[in-house]
Write a protein that binds this ligand. Sequence first.
Ligand code: AMP
Ligand code: ZN
Length: 476
Amino acid sequence: MDLKIYNTLSRRIEEFKPLQKGRVGIYSCGPTVYSHPHIGNFRSFLVADLLKRFLEFKGFAVTHIMNITDVGHLTDDADEGADKLEEAAKKQKKDPLEIAKVYTASFLEASKLLNIKPPNKYPKATEHIGDMIDIIKVLVDKGFAYVVGNNVYYDVTKFADYGKLSGNTLDDLNAGARIEINQEKKNPQDFALWKHDPKHLQQWPSPWGKGFPGWHIECSAMSSKYLGAQFDIHTGGEDNIFPHHECEIAQSEAASGKKFVNYWLHTRFLLFDGEKMSKSKGNLYTIQELIEKGFRKNAIRYALISSHYRQNYNFTFDGLNAAQQAIDKIQQCVLTLTELRKNKKQGAIAEPLRHLTSNCLAEFDAALYEDLNISKALAVLFDFIREVNKAGDMNSTAAAEMLDTINKIDSVLGVLDAADEEVPGNIIELAENRKAAKLNKDFKSADALRAQITAEGWLIEDTPGGYRIKRGEESQ
Ligand code: AMP
Ligand code: ZN
């Protein structure tokens, strides 16, 4: 069986064939570091993480690159707006690099909280200006780009395939173009590769004078530097399709003469109250904010990966609570199995249980092979858990096998908390009794049970999704 993924380029589901057997190169458009990334951004980053984890699970050696945009991303697609980093720097009276440092750190911290496997590299745009200049030079030499004063523009009419990703033809685009066209551009849809602006806070020397790069050229330069002129998969959110990825294709294919990317994978928006969550609208939540509200980091990860990447995900707190409950169910099963693994009873695994594990893994794979059908994959896991719970007592070999199955699945999902895994059965029992006592409004018993748990060196916390146990002393 092979992975099938929806390719934005062909507009259909295709069988995934890597360029090199057993190896996959993935490039993901990373954050523009002018403010804290929000859960919408992370939905896109998590889809890349899920894809990468699954490919690794299936034995591929994955090289994953995710860039950090710290210059050149303007507020307006038509090259007219302000640089987002520059705007933030001016507002906060800081240097743009300082702004980039703060929000890159915030992004990396949130990525770690969400258990995102770090890519092989997070290249920064400002550290690759020379690579961008090299490509721009080639584009000018080949006649795909032209120089006006100290600016360099890409001539979209020179690239016959312009529009092949987004479906936007130049005729359609020109019909909808704004009246106030930049006088320097030969065609309204031409875009800047290099911009001159004496007021811009970040400037580099170039053959065309001092200036800064356009946003699109950054990703062409950094992807080819680390993955080659041609690679397997490029990911991003759906708003990256046009103009960003369309322009990346035009630049990279014109410069190298090769097909740039074989599979384009785009994540649909995370919505809040029916609207795209975005930094510009300000209708956002960050990972850190949700954790401060008492939600568990793995529940946030679960919620953000649990719906299909080609469907919008409407973020709600109910959804987050449901994710916490789902994780509790998995965690509970892990705890039961961890206890059973200590069982003195050993021996062969009963046939129905062996069947259960092999079926579960085969169905889990089959679901994700189908264009990352995560809902189906999760349903497979919960069916498995139901059957394990139904089986009840089992010998230690069987329990170890069942645990191994869940851990294999979690190497893809990444939602289980290693620390929680070790919570002993007697502590869980106390916690469950406390939950029951609270439900019966028997708060005296609930307090006594909490004290017992604390005395054993564990901490119990109540969160909107249920209780959470971790090692530790109660702070005085
Ligand atoms: P930015 O930091 O704005 O450059 O965005 C980083 C990534 O997040 C890009 O791939 C965007 O397409 C993606 N993105 C932005 N907003 C959302 C959203 N609401 N849902 C899903 N992905 C998003
Ligand atoms: Zn990009």
